[in-house]
Design a protein around this ligand. Sequence first.
Ligand code: PMP
Ligand code: GLU
Length: 389
Amino acid sequence: MKISRRIEKVKESPTLAITAKAKEMKLKGEDVISFGAGEPDFDTPPHIKSSAIKAIEGGFTKYTASSGIPELKKAICEKFRNDNGLSYEPSQIVVSCGAKHSLYNIFQAVCDEGDEVIIPSPYWVSYTEMVKLAGGIPVILDTKQGDEFKVKPDFLKKVITKKTAAFILNSPSNPTGCVYNRSDLEGIAGVLINNKITVISDEIYEKLIYDGEKHISFASLSKEAYGLTFTVNGMSKSYSMTGWRIGYLAAPSKELSAAVGRLQDHSTSNPVSFAQKAALEALKSDQKCVAEMVSEFEKRRDYMVDRINSMKGISCVKPKGAFYVFCDISKTEMGSFDFSKKLLEEAKVAVIPGEPFGWDTHIRLSFATGLDDIKKGLDRLDNWLKARK
Ligand code: PMP
Ligand code: GLU
């Protein structure tokens, strides 16, 4: 049977594939340490689980409004107001099955065939594929490690054409952990506003931020920035709720959220009813659980960065957010797939190659795994590097 040209063009997700392979090896009894995880290792906090159990037992198990239950949309608006200084009406919110789904919906809603979407590199692996699925053309904008992997306005100007439909901003970033400060954002906002480019601001790692840095939502910069921006966020990373599949977007107008809503009506319908209740509980209850996770992540990050920078032939920039270290392996003279494959086979340590993030000179290590395993895995990496000629 034939496969559509649309799907033929799309690559499998290497982050999901490698994480699954490491899990499978572990299940077979192999002693693998995985730095692949793109999800917090902590359990979902008990009060959030209880609210879902209560919802199921209370019969909250039917279809809901396709774009999300009103009380959750209201809580999301409160979150935006309190955390981000952003004022949205519930009618501007669409709740979806994870932030990945929110992003997919946005690309479908804003891209026409042949439209260009600017993606700063290194980038999260799914952006390019989602743009292609929407008929768009990914335009890769390379950044420099020396600029902390941040987009500079002059380089941004150079890639804008008449066909540019949108720009993706991901701060804190997967895979680099870079965090844009106000002046970084104002620099690129000038260019984007002048050229009236739609901004898709993926803020899923907003809460996972270190060294007292502060997350700034692009839409909060000015009225003009607000008018151009879709703000995307979700429950997965902040509340350790990856499997619950709740993400959301805020659109700059009711017309745009309604367009996304129509797509959702005819594709997935509502995100899981009781998972929405759990998301409501997560947003409305005490945020202590988030602070506890962040403080644990920060300790692990510090340990991992120090160890990597003391190893032979590899180095990394200290990430200010998210839970990844993007590690430079260029001095080893191995490509990222070759490096990752040999490391897994010879030292039983799983990492994600940088090539699918646009950088073959790097690998990604996640510190969303316990400190004991981090120590063990880094010992193996260190010894493996020392044993190479
Ligand atoms: N954006 C980025 C940058 C991510 O790393 C992820 C993780 N999968 C997502 C969006 C989507 O997360 P989810 O669909 O679990 O909400
Ligand atoms: N975003 C995570 C990662 O980059 C989860 C896996 C995925 O959805 O790609 O590893």
